[in-house]
Design a protein around this ligand. Structure first.
Ligand code: DGY
Length: 417
């Protein structure tokens, strides 16, 4: 049974004058995909606050259309790397990469489910041009060669930071040559966070964008980390479909042609990533020209995007069915048969609620309602066992990472309650 009052209280506690921090201390700013998922939680009990979450996020949109993955709305000693390290000098201090493009999907759900119609219509009028600019940015800057598959410049951009899928491409990135003090380890057990060699490379990449003046074209050709991230591709694809629905509802057809074309390109290209043997879509290292053959929850997200044929959908449903059998608290972010599976470490095995929600949505869309319900029940068990943690040990259900976590409470309110 979800404790609705307690879940609402998590969002109120994490509210900072219009944006919600993921959790106090560990993540003291506004993270884009956290914020989007969290808005769905607010929608259940305070619609005005849900829309405000979106307006505040888009107040930090860059002139080129990018929505940064972090908006630094103030100072906080408890987080590293802060705005000075990113060096982007924007009106709202921010990071210089984005994160999975959940916003158009969230805004469509808020628009369709919100009871205050006047509020919803006014908000969509305001947000629609910003969403269009954001999606155009993804396709223009991250797929200038129009391959149909946008690329990611940083494991943080995937939102699945420490996934074993990124180990090989990240290992080829040089390490930073300056010392720094991590703050995350002051909040969370080191067993549940990335190792130092990974952090050294995360920071090298942050420096690389800054040293190269955030020049998109240069970075696209020269960034030492360029990966086709199936999760990022799928979430963007789903969101572009949702954005087109919003455009239709608002009678705004000015962007429909180019965004429809972008959808078409991705639909034509995605099967290149399919592995019949492993029953999922694999990520791809563009620098090494290599398939990244790690099965993670990201590699079945094309279900959420409607990007797989019915037969590929059936293969993925089989994979998920077996995957659910293999861990007590599922779905684990990395397949438990992997050598690199760690049930507690950040994105290397634990369970994340919002990803399970996306997978369950996809399974329902493909006609696997019973399996979707199984994913939902497995997800509910995590919250029943441990409350609103950031993520959950896939074997024991123990809460990991930050406590009183916004998107966990939000998904509980939106989906599980
Ligand atoms: C972190 O600092 O761990 C964040 O996930 C980066 O976005």
């Amino acid at each position: 049974m979800i404790d609705v009052d307690a879940a609402q209280q998590v969002l109120r506690t994490n509210d900072r004058d219009g944006h919600t921090v993921p959790t106090d201390g560990l993540y003291p700013f506004q993270w884009s995909w956290d914020s989007g998922i969290t808005a769905l939680g607010w929608l259940q009990f305070d619609e005005a606050r849900a829309w405000q979450e979106a307006h505040v996020m888009f107040s930090g949109q860059w002139d080129n259309g990018m929505v940064p993955h972090i908006l630094f709305h103030g100072d906080a000693e408890s987080y590293f790397p802060g705005p000075d390290v990113w060096g982007s000098n924007t009106a709202v201090p921010s990071s210089a990469i984005s994160q999975p493009a959940v916003w158009a999907t969230v805004i469509r759900l808020m628009f369709e489910q919100g009871k205050d119609r006047a509020l919803a219509e006014a908000a969509v009028q305001q947000l629609l041009p910003k969403l269009i600019a954001y999606h155009r940015w993804w396709y223009r800057e991250r797929d200038p060669d129009e391959t149909g598959l946008i690329c990611s410049y940083h494991p943080w951009e995937s939102g699945m930071d420490n996934s074993p899928a990124w180990d090989d491409p990240l290992a080829k990135v040089p390490e930073v040559d300056w010392s720094y003090q991590r703050r995350d380890l002051g909040h969370v057990d080191s067993e549940q966070r990335p190792h130092k060699p990974q952090y050294d490379r995360y920071l090298y990449l942050v420096d690389f964008y800054k040293k190269n003046g955030f020049d998109s074209d240069f970075i696209y050709r020269n960034c030492p980390y360029r990966v086709i991230d199936v999760g990022l591709v799928a979430i963007l694809h789903r969101a572009t479909r949702d954005l087109l629905e919003l455009c239709r509802a608002a009678g705004a057809d000015e962007a429909m042609d180019d965004l429809s074309l972008a959808l078409q390109r991705t639909e034509n290209a995605i099967s290149k990533l399919w592995s019949e043997e492993h029953r999922c879509f694999f990520n791809y290292d563009l620098v090494a020209d290599e398939v990244l053959d790690e099965i993670t929850t990201g590699t079945v997200l094309p279900l959420f995007a409607g990007l797989a044929s019915q037969s590929k959908g059936a293969y993925m449903a089989d994979l998920i069915d077996e995957w659910l059998d293999a861990t007590a608290f599922a779905l684990s972010s990395t397949h438990p048969a992997s050598d690199r599976f760690e049930p507690q470490r950040y994105w290397r095995g634990p369970v994340w609620l919002h990803i399970n929600w996306m997978i369950a949505e996809g399974l329902s869309d493909y006609g696997y309602a019973d399996l979707a319900e199984r994913v939902k029940q497995a997800t509910r068990k995590c919250v029943d066992e441990s409350g609103f943690y950031e993520y959950f040990d896939a074997q024991t259900g123990a809460g990991c990472g930050g406590g009183q976590f916004s998107w966990t409470a939000a998904v509980a309110l939106y989906w599980l309650a």
